[in-house]
Design a protein around this ligand. Structure first.
Ligand SMILES: Nc1nc2c(ncn2[C@@H]2O[C@H](COP(=O)(O)OP(=O)(O)OP(=O)(O)O)[C@@H](O)[C@H]2O)c(=O)[nH]1
Ligand SMILES: [Mg+2]
Length: 335
């Protein structure tokens, strides 16, 4: 459930063919063999990169082919080698051969490189077959085909962002609006019983992973509601979004909701409560009373926490929220 998986096809370049040719120059009576060798095909090289943390980019781009080697030519011209291609993948990707199921490589550090498909060798041209007793060889070889492989990539997803808040605050609705995750959404508390992960892409084609977990209520650390057990799933995130329902329908006070959730977080782990946090007022479309929003905003300001307002129903505030998350996660010097 927390594993991202894709299948891709990689094809290295074929080797160029060796050439069959003889020198034919004016005034040179008997030209020797002059067919050049074919060039080598390019490799497909996977490279672990910090720029990616999901396999989403492979879904739009499942085939990766390197250039073929050029054929050899007359006058002993060797064909140019095909260019290799580099395919970036997140650190933590495990690469399996999709047919045999065998593990080919485990990318553990940024910059780690692994050739997943080797380019074919170029064929030898006929010039290479000449010997003192065999001066007019017509042998020449075709290039070897480049390796073609189906791969299965696997990545254990670690959430970058955790959603916290009361039941019904709109956590699952938010993740369903900004990612492809489709958790159950309903107008009663504890709709979400298990964490869901969603992959979100930003304007500049970066991605981050959001974890939606069950809501917290007062006394969660003593086992009320579903308790705090699910907070372990967001202990390693880098940012929390604290969702607070500011519509009247919640029947509660947003500032108090906020404080209750904060104290439940703190009683689970001080570190968790101290994580970078964005306070997000939800259900803006259903909030009639600007005072409720202003009070929460003021409260957040007092704690030096950024504050944003959204409606997952109308979409208002969602692009700004994604931008704010990306700014936190991808700021130079973060991570
Ligand atoms: N009007 C309005 N309703 C919303 C909005 N976001 C969520 N809701 C409604 O609020 C209810 C609860 O939404 P969920 O997304 O299931 O809330 P949750 O925080 O995941 O709740 P739990 O999983 O129980 O913790 C649903 O009826 C949603 O349709 C919003 O922006 N505006
Ligand atoms: Mg939910």
């Amino acid at each position: 459930m927390f594993i991202d998986e894709v299948r891709i096809l990689v094809k290295a370049g074929d080797g160029g063919n060796g050439c069959l040719a003889f020198r034919r120059e004016k005034y040179v009576p008997r030209g020797g063999p002059s067919g050049g060798d074919g060039g080598r095909g390019g490799d497909v090289v996977m490279v672990a990169s910090d720029h990616y943390n999901t396999l989403l980019h492979f879904r739009f781009n499942p085939e990766h082919k390197a250039e073929r080697g050029r054929h050899g030519e007359g006058s002993n011209k060797t064909g140019r080698d095909g260019a290799s291609i580099e395919v970036p993948t997140p650190v933590g990707t495990m690469v399996y051969d999709a047919e045999s199921g065998g593990l080919l490589h485990d990318f553990t550090a940024a910059g780690d490189r692994f050739v997943v498909a080797h380019g074919g060798r170029g064929g030898r041209g006929n010039a290479r077959f000449a010997t003192s007793t065999h001066q007019a060889p017509t042998e020449h070889e075709p290039g070897k085909p480049g390796q073609e492989r189906r791969l299965r990539l696997e990545l254990k997803l670690l959430a970058d962002v955790g959603l916290v808040g009361f039941p019904n605050a709109g956590k699952s609705t938010l993740i369903s609006r900004i990612s492809a995750a489709r958790p159950k959404i309903a107008d009663y508390p504890f709709t979400t019983l298990e964490p869901n992960l969603g992959v979100v892409s930003t304007r500049d084609d970066r991605t981050f992973v959001v974890a939606d977990i069950p809501g917290l209520i007062e006394g969660a650390h003593e086992g009320h509601g579903l308790g705090t057990q699910f907070l372990k799933h967001i202990e390693r995130t880098r940012l929390l979004l604290h969702l607070v329902d500011v519509s009247e329908a919640s029947g509660r006070d947003p500032v108090r909701d906020f404080d209750v959730v904060m104290s439940e977080l703190a009683s689970f782990s001080e570190d968790l409560a101290k994580k970078p946090m964005i306070v997000v007022a939800t259900k803006l479309d259903a909030a009639q009373d600007p005072e409720r929003i202003a009070a929460l905003e003021h409260h957040a300001a007092g704690l030096h926490l950024p504050f944003l307002e959204i409606s997952s129903v109308t979409g208002e505030g969602l692009p700004a929220l994604i931008d704010a998350i990306a700014a936190q996660l991808f700021a130079p010097g973060s991570k």
